[in-house]
Design a protein around this ligand. Structure first.
Ligand code: XUL
Ligand code: CO
Length: 440
């Protein structure tokens, strides 16, 4: 059965194409520096947004026209597998990411739920070798089932903590079986609604213990993929413990987990935390903690997680700038944690949205590569900090001075002359890099 009937294999037609079913910037085999675009950009399809989401919102029913809409749950899950591989194949996407509950429906008991999952996973494994597709990462949904209303690893109820551990153990087994390159921990309900009923210290201790047991289990089964923590400040809980990159790094370091985890940055989560994705990527990169990316964008006028397809070229360029600086990821990739708008309800909208996103990232990659090759920003930063290259500055840089020496030195100085920060010029240059990346 063909699911995306209006779509054949999506090809690159170049920047002047007006065909919504063709790439304008993403040209898989084109080299950007030392790697092809396909190597730079290991795109992944998110199972949930692409194959499961129906467009329901708090005010209305699902709108998406999906071939499996009227099918019974297990039948629908199997159809999604067929559709998912056709989708990846047509778009030239090599990876996918999943939550356990996206793949198969829950049964009446944990055993029945696991049996449903196993059945779909066996079909998945076959399709993966047939189409040569890989799992970027797997994860467990410790947020959909009502039992997790007060949290999973941070639940005030110890039995829920245990059920959550059993679920993650199973999700790790499945991810391992499918040779996943990684596993994500996103604490959807690991946070609080009010401190009047919350023991934050206990909850954070429990969460860290939960993660450390996951590390032990990973080692026990010989899972070689990477572990990622995904920051998000709020939604669904009022305050989530994995607030942003800085909070995650501090949490991991406090509990001696930092060598076992890196960070899965999500663009819209960055903006919800009041940061740019440039900030989050930069901070994670300079601390060697940026492991993978959930690519989407938020609406600057809305305060919730809209998970839109990335079409903002400025953010894409600055994100790719950080990404190239760390030479990409080891096991990570670019997972489209993005969903079509409720009004973009056709099967074809899924394809055109991915094309829009992939093209934006490819364009950003080209612009960022040119920025780095040109060296303009590095040169500016070097000049800005030049006073640390010799004399007293070099002593400060090498931590070889003291308040006594600095005070003696300061007494000899006339008022220093400062350089301009040149922000407007730097931003105008950024426009030029973005424009030139596609105009030539
Ligand atoms: C939710 C979110 C999740 C995680 C995986 O905001 O981003 O889809 O990426 O659970
Ligand atoms: Co995400």
């Amino acid at each position: 059965m063909e699911f995306f009937k209006e779509v054949s294999k999506v090809s690159y037609e170049g920047k002047d194409s007006r065909n919504p079913l063709a790439f304008k910037h993403y040209n898989a085999k084109q080299k950007i520096g030392s790697k092809t675009m396909e190597e730079w950009l290991p795109f992944a399809m998110s199972w949930w947004h692409t194959l499961v989401a129906g467009g329901a919102d708090p005010f209305g029913a699902p709108t998406a026209l999906r071939t499996w809409n009227d099918k019974e749950l297990m039948e629908a899950s199997k159809m999604r597998v067929e559709a998912g591989f056709e989708f990846m194949d047509k778009l030239g996407i090599n990876y996918f990411c999943f939550h356990d509950r996206d793949l198969a429906p829950e049964g009446k008991t944990i055993q029945e739920t696991n049996a449903n999952l196993d059945l779909v996973v066996d079909i998945l494994a076959e399709k993966m070798s047939q189409y040569n597709k890989k799992v970027l990462w797997g994860t467990a949904s410790l947020f959909t089932n009502p039992r997790y209303m007060h949290g999973g690893a941070t639940s005030p109820n110890a039995d829920i903590f245990a059920i959550g551990a059993a679920q993650v153990k199973k999700a790790l087994d499945v991810t391992h079986k499918l040779n996943g390159q990684g596993y994500v921990f996103w604490g959807g309900r690991e946070g609080y609604e009010t401190l009047l009923n919350t023991d934050m210290k206990k909850e954070q201790d429990h969460m860290a213990y939960f993660l450390s047991m996951a590390v032990d289990y990973k080692e026990k089964i010989g899972f070689k993929g990477s572990f990622y923590l995904e920051p998000k400040p709020k939604e669904p809980t009022k305050h989530q413990y994995d607030f942003d990159v800085a909070t995650c790094m501090e949490f991991l370091a406090k509990y001696n987990l930092d060598k076992h985890f890196s960070i899965n940055i999500e663009v819209n989560h960055a903006t919800l935390a009041g940061h740019t994705v440039h900030h989050e990527a930069h901070l994670a990169r300079i601390n060697d903690m940026w492991g993978t990316l959930d690519i989407n964008f938020g609406d600057p006028l809305l305060g919730w997680d809209t998970d839109q397809f990335p079409t903002n070229i400025y953010d894409a360029t600055l994100m790719m700038y950080e990404y190239i600086k760390q030479d990409g990821f080891t096991n990570g990739g670019l997972n489209f944690d993005a969903k079509v708008r409720r009004g973009s309800h056709t099967m074809t909208d899924l394809v055109t949205s991915y094309i829009a996103g992939m093209d934006t990232l490819a364009w950003g990659l080209k612009a960022a590569h040119n920025m780095i090759e040109d060296g303009y920003y590095e040169k500016n930063i070097n000049e800005r900090y030049a006073t640390y290259q010799s004399g007293i500055g070099a002593k400060i840089d090498k931590k070889q001075t003291s308040f006594d020496e600095l005070s003696q030195y300061a007494n000899t100085l006339e008022e220093p002359v400062l350089l301009s920060g040149k922000q407007e010029v730097l931003e105008a240059e950024l426009n030029q890099f973005i424009w030139n990346a596609v105009s030539k």
